[in-house]
Ligand binder design. Structure first.
Ligand code: G3H
Ligand code: 13P
Ligand code: ZN
Length: 310
């Protein structure tokens, strides 16, 4: 099967109430780990690259590595998606470069500016059969010192979401309901605004909803990093139960980067700590790739519910 868009997988996710994992990719081992897990689980999957990932791995390598994954797993249902496209030019480059889906992240702009920019990307992408994810609302982290009132203002407004989708024609919408990027998402208890999600879903029931900043920050992986010389104290993410609830409540795409970073780093640290004489990259990248696979498989099977949905 060639690379697919997210259209069919999202439709099925909304009908059958499960979510599709969107995993950030930066190199071959990450792509292989994700592809192996999705193939074994017979699950649809999204591999996404940020503009800095594209700069790092280089466009042609990313595309060819996805092609290689499809050659190895002919039945794999996988979309190649641009994560957080910062401007029209980057989205255009990815549409022209073989991506099947792009995100235009206009969340830092005003409502009207976000609409205009998103519409421009939608018009270009749709003409070439590529789908578009947009974002409305702002994701804040605990590091952003904002008070409760300011934080409330960052959540996606359901009425605006409805107007936004109508006026832009975007295919899916990333919303802000309390998640944030990185390893430090909550100071105290994890809390997501499922009430806002519900209201948004009621207004735009046919628009797939996307959750960014949705890593669990898996405690075992953080512990492993710290045990073998790392220093990531107080890291905290979105618990599996909440992500599972989100996948049952209308979230179609769940973005994961931080957990993959932790998975890879934990295993590499372990090899170096236990065997300081190691210097063959295969010695530490093999367990790193295995841990990526294990982490992705756990999410697909136990949290997002997308096993056997390809
Ligand atoms: O949301 C951002 C993703 O985690 C990608 O991060 O721009 O460092 O590749 P990056
Ligand atoms: P995490 O940092 O929680 O993995 O979020 C990743 C993300 O949203 C990529 O767009
Ligand atoms: Zn994101």
């Amino acid at each position: 099967m060639p690379l697919v868009t997210t259209k069919n997988m999202f439709e099925k996710s909304m009908k059958e109430h499960f979510a599709i994992g969107a995993f950030n990719v930066n190199n071959m081992e990450i792509i292989q780990g994700i592809a192996d897990a999705a193939a074994e689980e017979n699950s649809p999957v999204i591999m996404q690259a940020s503009s800095s990932a594209i700069k790092y791995a280089r466009m042609a390598y990313l595309r060819k590595m996805l092609e290689a994954a499809l050659e190895e797993h002919p039945n794999l249902q996988v979309a190649l998606h641009l994560d957080h496209g910062p401007d029209f030019e980057t989205c255009k480059m990815c549409v022209d470069g073989g991506f099947t889906s792009v995100m235009i992240d206009g969340s830092k702009y005003s409502f009207e500016e976000n609409i205009a920019l998103t519409k421009q990307v939608v018009d270009y992408a749709h003409a070439k059969g590529v789908v578009v994810e947009a974002e409305l609302g702002k994701l804040a982290g605990v590091e952003d010192e904002v008070n409760v009132e300011a934080k409330d203002a960052m959540y996606t407004d359901p009425a605006q979401a409805e107007e936004f989708v109508k006026r832009t024609g975007c295919d899916s919408l990333a919303i802000a309901i309390g998640t944030s990027h990185g390893a430090y998402k909550f100071k105290g208890e994890a809390r997501l605004r499922f009430d806002i999600l519900k209201e948004i879903k009621a207004r735009i029931p046919n628009t797939p909803i996307v959750l960014h900043g949705a890593s669990t920050v898996i405690p075992e992986l953080v512990e492993m990093c710290n045990k073998y010389g790392g220093n990531i104290p107080g890291a905290k993410g979105v618990p599996d139960e909440m992500l599972h609830e989100a996948s049952l409540s209308g979230v179609s795409k769940i973005n994961v980067d931080t957990d993959l970073r932790l998975a890879m780093t934990a295993e590499i640290r372990k090899v170096f700590a236990e065997d300081p004489s190691a210097f063959d990259p295969r010695k530490y990248l093999t367990p790193a790739r295995e841990q990526i696979k294990k982490t992705v498989q756990h999410k697909i099977r136990d949290v997002f519910g997308s096993s056997n949905k390809a």
